[in-house]
Design a protein around this ligand. Structure first.
Ligand code: SAM
Ligand code: SF4
Length: 346
């Protein structure tokens, strides 16, 4: 684990000056994840509460409000990459219009527009998403076995997701796969998912189960850690670690008689990457969460609706980012807060 430097003692006023959007540990922010809705057509037990209470529609940021905030984040505050997520972002009917608004921000420095989806509703919309400006997609795929998939999605089918992946690729959208591994549920899927990724030549990343589920069911023993994931892969593949880049995932080259591929492991629990974190999160109701493990967010929606100007909003954002916590390294257990992953935007 990389240690963070001691936080700067400089007063937050310094954080309000123009310049890179940075926290008190000197970590500059370049990526923003935007949750477009807390609603979802899946009920993944590692994410959703058993009986979710969704936000009323009036609480969600409208397209116009999103456009205003995203212009500020990109044009004024140096965010270069946007990832639209949720909940399930494909449940948002104006997703294509939101993408068009994002695409307009390329003129003020936006480099990439990505989307994270469960993929079930992707196939019929893939071409429109691409036409609206989407650059690439992450699709969550935790299992290929139908029963295990149903267990991890709240009774859904895997086939529409596979069709969504195929259709996205057919229209020219690069796809990456993400799989959360939960002990006793899908560790037996590590090898089948890797074989599938190799056969399809799709990048795949395994994600450790994080203590952020809405059901409070996480425990350390349910985490299948990086070392164990690699041990399973070694049963079938030669595994060689690749030099670490700025990505939260560590990457490994895999070789077997069937061919070669690369997989990533996002080891938030056993090997946190907090020291180099360059991300922020905006919830569907307009709260800025500087960290996945932040206990509370900075409410941007209410000042926005009350008529705050860009300078005021930028100051709120800079101040919130400045106070970003050290991350999982500082809170290596449950994060108690009123919202779950589906609302925060994983
Ligand atoms: N619905 C979309 C999806 O599933 O891809 C986007 C939202 S989902 C909250 C984003 C990502 O968070 C998914 O890859 C999901 O697997 C991951 N996730 C949710 N809860 C998690 C947890 N407790 N630990 C690790 N990853 C989690
Ligand atoms: Fe929905 Fe994604 Fe959460 Fe699963 S992980 S319940 S698909 S938001």
């Amino acid at each position: 684990m990389t240690l963070l430097p001691r936080p700067s003692r400089v007063l937050p006023l310094a954080a309000l000056r123009p310049g890179p959007l940075a926290d008190r540990y000197g970590r500059v922010k370049r990526k923003l994840r935007v949750s477009l809705t807390d609603r979802c057509n899946f009920r993944c037990p590692y994410c959703m509460p058993e009986h979710p209470h969704f936000l009323p529609r009036s609480a969600l940021l409208t397209r116009a409000e999103l456009r205003r905030l995203l212009r500020l984040f990109v044009g004024e505050l140096g965010i270069a990459r946007l990832r639209l997520t949720g909940g399930e972002p494909l449940l948002r009917r104006d997703l294509e219009q939101v993408l068009e608004d994002c695409a307009a921000l390329r003129a003020v420095g936006l480099e990439r527009i990505s989307l994270t989806t469960n993929g079930a509703l992707l196939a019929p919309r893939a071409a429109r998403l691409k036409a609206a400006g989407l650059d690439d997609l992450n699709v969550s795929l935790d299992a290929l076995d139908p029963q295990t998939f149903a267990r991890l999605s709240g009774g859904r089918e895997v086939q529409p997701v596979l069709e969504g992946i195929a259709q996205a690729r057919a229209v020219g959208l690069p796809v990456k796969l993400n799989a959360v591994i939960v002990r006793g549920v899908n560790e037996d899927e590590i090898l089948p998912l890797t074989r599938y990724a190799l056969a399809q030549q799709l990048p795949l990343r395994f994600i450790e189960f994080m203590p952020l589920d809405g059901r409070g069911a996480w425990s350390r023993d349910k985490v299948v850690g990086e070392a164990e994931i690699l041990a399973r892969l070694r049963q079938e593949f030669g595994v060689r670690e690749l030099p670490r880049g700025g990505d939260p995932a560590a990457y490994f080259a895999l070789t077997s008689r069937a061919g070669q591929t690369e997989i990533g492991v996002i080891a938030t629990v056993t090997n946190p990457f907090c020291a180099s974190c360059d991300r922020l999160r905006l919830t569907a109701d307009g709260a800025l969460y500087p960290c996945l493990f932040s206990e509370r967010g900075v409410n941007l929606r209410d000042p926005l609706r009350a008529g705050a100007d860009d300078r005021t909003l930028a100051a709120l954002i800079r101040d919130g980012v400045w106070h970003k916590d050290a991350g999982f390294v500082a809170h290596p257990g449950y994060t108690r807060r009123p919202i779950a992953m589906n609302a925060l935007g994983g």
